[in-house]
Write a protein that binds this ligand. Structure first.
Ligand code: GDP
Ligand code: MG
Ligand code: ZN
Length: 294
């Protein structure tokens, strides 16, 4: 009997789909899909025909996607929890901003979790202030003591989300603390991923609350998708200057005179840290944009 479900894992041409009743089916993609170059992704909602007995079933159709990422290869992601550490490793805010742009460009909601609060005697105000006007919610948490986890869990309820950020910030520990022992932490996972050739593996963990957690190592090394440099500011809501406009259009908000964004920066409505990192990402994009036909 036909059913609808969601792909939670893909390995060597086989897909594993959950049908929402706790059953997992092993499926193959129909030739029709492959010929149409519609490669099923983890996270895809599908129509499928389960196999009879021990046979594998077939994916019949991919349902429309909200988004589809190339790296990691996943569809229909709702939120990205950008994880920082309040102690070590030192928070990489350039990576954080890169991930925010990446998320927004793909219609994924960015959320910041500052983990290891148990090791931080003072509240990490600098980071919180830096993101005050960015429309990114910041949660201070500890996977070790459980501090702040309920609030984060509530914010993620019903969503399909992934944790991203530097190695060692506590992504795996947070997923474990939030949803039970679903993955390996620290050097165990590193040994496993080095041992097998599974650096690209990616798996969705369906949650009782209805959402799903994506378990993937694939978000940390990230180059922004190439875009016109002048588009970068569109992903910084705090740069929006309702009413006032920059004298030049387009304006990159760097050295142009009468720039409304720089005025906001002078008035303290944009954080200097965010702005300085915007200029770094902008320069990187400009350079790649100029070389795009090389
Ligand atoms: N003190 C403290 N240590 C933590 C916390 N969360 C994770 N760790 C430790 O940080 C290290 C890296 O954690 P892991 O979850 O593997 O990080 P990942 O690489 O981001 O997945 C491990 O030794 C964890 O025990 C926390 O909230 N507090
Ligand atoms: Mg990990
Ligand atoms: Zn400007």
């Amino acid at each position: 009997m036909r059913g609808t479900g969601r792909i939670i894992k893909g390995v060597g041409g086989f897909y594993y789909a959950a049908n929402g009743k706790g059953d997992i089916c092993t499926l193959k993609a129909q030739g029709k899909l492959r010929r149409g170059q519609q490669k099923p992704l983890v996270g895809d909602w599908i129509e499928f025909e389960p196999g009879k007995g021990k046979e594998d079933g077939w994916i019949l159709k991919l349902l429309p996607r909200k988004n589809a990422l190339i790296r990691p290869p996943v569809a229909n992601l709702d939120a990205l929890v950008i994880t920082l550490s309040a102690s070590s490793p030192q928070a990489d805010l350039l990576l954080c901003d890169r991930l925010i742009v990446f998320a927004r460009k793909n219609e994924i909601k960015p959320i910041i979790a500052i983990n290891k609060m148990d090791e931080c005697p003072d509240h990490p105000n600098a980071i919180v202030n830096d993101y005050a006007h960015t429309e990114v919610k910041v949660f201070s948490v500890s996977a070790k003591t459980g501090e702040g986890l309920d609030a984060l869990k509530n914010a993620l309820r019903g969503m399909t989300f992934a944790f991203a950020g530097q190695s060692g910030v506590g992504k795996s520990s947070l997923i474990n603390a939030l949803y039970g022992e679903t993955q390996e932490t620290g050097d165990i996972s590193e040994k496993i991923s080095r041992g097998k050739n599974t650096t690209r593996y990616c798996r969705l963990i369906p949650l009782e609350s209805g959402g799903a957690a994506l378990d993937t190592p694939g978000f940390s090394l990230l180059e922004l998708e190439l875009m016109e440099p002048e588009k970068l500011a569109d992903y910084y809501p705090e740069f929006s200057t309702r009413g006032k406009t920059c004298r030049f259009s387009p304006c990159l908000h760097v050295s142009e005179p009468d720039c409304a964004v720089k005025e906001k920066l002078r008035n303290g409505e944009i954080s200097h840290g965010r702005y300085d990192r915007y200029v770094m990402l902008l320069n990187e994009l400009k350079e790649r944009w100029n070389r795009r036909y090389d």
